[in-house]
Design a protein around this ligand. Structure first.
Ligand code: UD1
Length: 422
């Protein structure tokens, strides 16, 4: 059982570099399967979810090797197209291997990803899009999906929701389809553009990422490449919110404001001073934050659902009341009960949470129930007086290389302890 011990009440100062983006590297790792050769991913973050993807790649017959933060994947030896239930369960977003395997092998067999800690996480849009491209998909009672495609054919696929995972899955499948595929109502997240750039570096013909229509001219053989993973905008959001929660003066290197503009607008409204200088962002906060206009999560370019919890942590000691509305996932307030153990005043009703700022938070023993909620509890502990213990760090390790190390670099008092399971 691992825990953070946090001594709250210290202002943050210093600088830290932002790791490569989890949500970018995961689909890119699946995309390496399309190249039948060697790809070198630079700035690849060391994360539990990346390790889970590597286990999948190795099981499929690919080689993967780390050298510092460069990960080399050679998919020449891929010889199977099935992913076991155990490997699928380790990481819900492994569904993106479906499109890649169909494009490369014409078949795939994966366990159904099922629900996750954020509520049910269906993949119906992934499946209907793949069917439109010509895949036959059969669901077995045990939860296994058998997919075959004698030959994928490009077509127009309209997504009912701009799903990030479905857009990525279809982009990968479309690389192996004949003709043109257009994904209409595609997700516009920066990570989709990063996947597009990776695929182009491998020789694919992909356009439109960042807009609502992504077009892929399929059937080009892809080759390996060397590619730098974009910085993680949610990790950057976390460290900005850490400084907003604890107060201080921090600089983030490899943080791009254009990917964070909805968050920086809210933090400025709350009273933080934020200056962008090339690829670095500086946040200064002194005095109490002010409540802000309602924060409504939405697909990009709206306010990111992944930054909802960490912003809430920053607002717990603000002056006044702030309304949060979570519109992307059903079950994304699991951090709230734990925050109330620290003295926070947050009322949840359905998709709405109202944070009434308090003057003081106190340390408490809390448990992370999901990745961003866990990071948010750590930030709340920085703003609290006294000592907190945060358990459930396995969730946090899915998306942060070393949250404790980075917060210590900013002057926070955070120690990680590992105790054997009772
Ligand atoms: C990705 C991100 C996650 C982020 C989310 C929303 C990765 C690895 N994860 O997750 O960090 O929080 O985008 O920005 O990139 N939906 C359906 N049917 C589908 C697919 C999705 O109903 O077939 C629903 C989901 O239940 C959810 C919403 O659409 O309510 C958005 O999901 P989606 O954009 O697909 O998120 P993920 O790709 O799972």
């Amino acid at each position: 059982m691992s825990r953070f011990l946090v001594e709250g009440g210290c202002r943050l100062s210093g600088e830290v570099a932002v790791q490569g983006a989890k949500n970018s590297v995961l689909p890119i790792l699946a995309a390496t399967v399309l190249t039948r050769s060697e790809c070198v991913l630079l700035g690849c973050p060391h994360l539990r979810d990346v390790e889970a993807s590597i286990r999948i790649l190795r099981r499929l017959g690919c080689c993967a090797q780390w050298e510092g933060d460069a990960l080399t994947v050679d998919s020449a030896g891929l010889y199977r197209a099935d992913i076991s239930d155990l490997l699928m369960r380790e990481m819900r977003s492994s569904a993106v291997f479906l499109g890649a395997l169909l494009a490369r092998c014409g078949r795939a067999e994966i366990a159904y990803p099922g629900g996750c800690e954020l509520g049910p996480r269906p993949i119906d849009l992934h499946l209907s899009g793949l069917r439109a491209l010509g895949a036959e998909i059969r669901e077995e009672d045990g939860g296994t999906l058998h997919c075959t495609a004698a030959g994928l054919r490009g077509c127009e696929v309209v997504l009912g929701i701009p799903s990030v995972g479905a857009t990525e899955n279809l982009m990968l499948a479309a690389c192996g389809a004949s003709g043109t595929t257009t994904i209409v109502n595609a997700a516009r997240e920066p990570e989709i553009a990063d996947l597009q750039d990776f695929l182009r570096s491998c020789g694919a013909s992909v356009g439109g990422a960042g807009s609502s229509a992504v077009t892929v001219e399929g059937g080009h053989p892809l080759c390996g490449c060397t590619y730098s993973i974009m910085p993680d905008r949610i990790v950057a959001a976390t460290y900005l919110c850490a400084a907003a929660a604890a107060g201080g003066d921090v600089r983030l290197l490899r943080a791009e404001e254009r990917h964070l503009s909805t968050l920086t607008a809210v933090l400025r409204e709350a009273g933080c001073r934020i200056d962008a200088d090339g690829a670095s962002l500086r946040l200064r906060r002194s005095g109490r934050l002010r409540a802000v206009h309602p924060v409504r999560t939405a697909p990009y370019p709206g306010f990111p659902t992944d930054a909802q919890a960490v912003l809430m942590a920053a607002m717990l000691k603000s002056e006044g009341a702030t309304v949060f509305e979570e519109n992307v996932f059903e079950n994304r307030y699991r951090h709230v009960d734990e925050m109330t153990r620290m003295g926070a005043e947050v009322r949840v009703s359905g998709r709405v949470a109202v944070v009434t700022g308090v003057e003081r938070l106190h340390g408490a023993r809390v448990r992370a129930a999901d990745l961003r909620g866990g990071a948010a509890l750590t930030l709340a502990a920085l703003a609290a007086e006294g000592r907190s213990e945060i358990a459930g760090l396995a969730h946090i390790d899915r998306g942060y290389e070393d949250l404790g190390r980075d917060l210590r670099a900013l002057g926070a008092q955070v120690v990680r302890t590992e105790e054997p399971e009772p």
